[in-house]
Design a binder for this molecule. Sequence first.
Ligand code: NAP
Length: 306
Amino acid sequence: MRNVKILVLGRTGQVGWELRHKLSCLGQITSVEYPEIDLSQADSIRKVMRAAEPAVIINAAAYTAVDKAESDPDLAAAINGTAPGVLAEEARQLGSLLVHYSTDYVFDGTKECSYVETDTPNPLNIYGKTKLAGDQAIESVGGNYLIFRTSWVYGSRGNNFLLTMLRLAKERTELRIVDDQVGAPTSSECIAQATANILSRVLAPAGDGLDGRSGIYNLACAGETTWFGFAKALLTKSVGTLGVSIPSLIPIKTSDYPRPAQRPANSRLSCRRLAETFGVGLPHWEHALDLVLETLAEGNPPFTTP
Ligand SMILES: NC(=O)c1ccc[n+]([C@@H]2O[C@H](COP(=O)([O-])OP(=O)(O)OC[C@H]3O[C@@H](n4cnc5c(N)ncnc54)[C@H](OP(=O)(O)O)[C@@H]3O)[C@@H](O)[C@H]2O)c1
């Protein structure tokens, strides 16, 4: 297993960064980042894939600026919609496994309960539409692939809700936070750990390989909350360790906080298929949050807000 060549894309991102740490026992990890690879350019992707010849390619790179995508649809479509199909074609040519990440934003959020993988997507915004196009491009190429749909990603580094709340709590006496969108905050650390656990099974010499299990799998922390609930929990848990004092927290409706991109009201993902297929389950979001806050409190990596 040690000689398996694993190529990670998106190393500077939240998930990509954690992947390089969690995957290190699984094989020979290399990563390529922009501009050495430009996912908006098919030629660039093909060149890197053909030079690297990885047995496993993990694509944690994406156009993730949800609001900006509304006014930048072509670039978002190239990176999120077209590039995954090119990666899948190259992976299939090489006989390698493609691991790719997708999003709860492929759904419109009108379902009463958690979304399962077979639910019909109906994205509300450009980001969701382009991510769905990427999922469909991979599926139509076929080969060996795993698409992990996750939600509300945050971590100890990068641009995310948790670091923004910690910063704002130091700057303001009052925070107004959306309380009518439901989902599961999922740490980049948990996503990377779950990916590593699944790959360790699939790649083990005595393991059973992917064996017909190519497909889409929901992969998110257990439990559910709102953005307001998440903010309240993370700030309450940070008092005393991260020098945070809790501002007055005001729950508001999505309609009170208009943004360029519409968001689904329900982002809950059922992860039953992942558990039944690979025996992997992510912890409750509050437990994952404790671990991220511990990392921040230890100052490793240093606490930096975007
Ligand atoms: N963030 C969320 O809340 C969320 C929720 C659900 C699903 N997801 C999915 O989870 C995955 C990981 O997300 P994340 O939050 O870790 O992303 P992220 O922190 O925004 O990182 C994105 C990565 O993509 C790279 N990238 C962007 N444009 C590129 C290009 N043209 N060529 C090459 N690389 C490029 C970025 O490189 P630079 O640093 O050089 O820009 C960065 O390394 C993505 O597939 C995302 O759609 C995210």
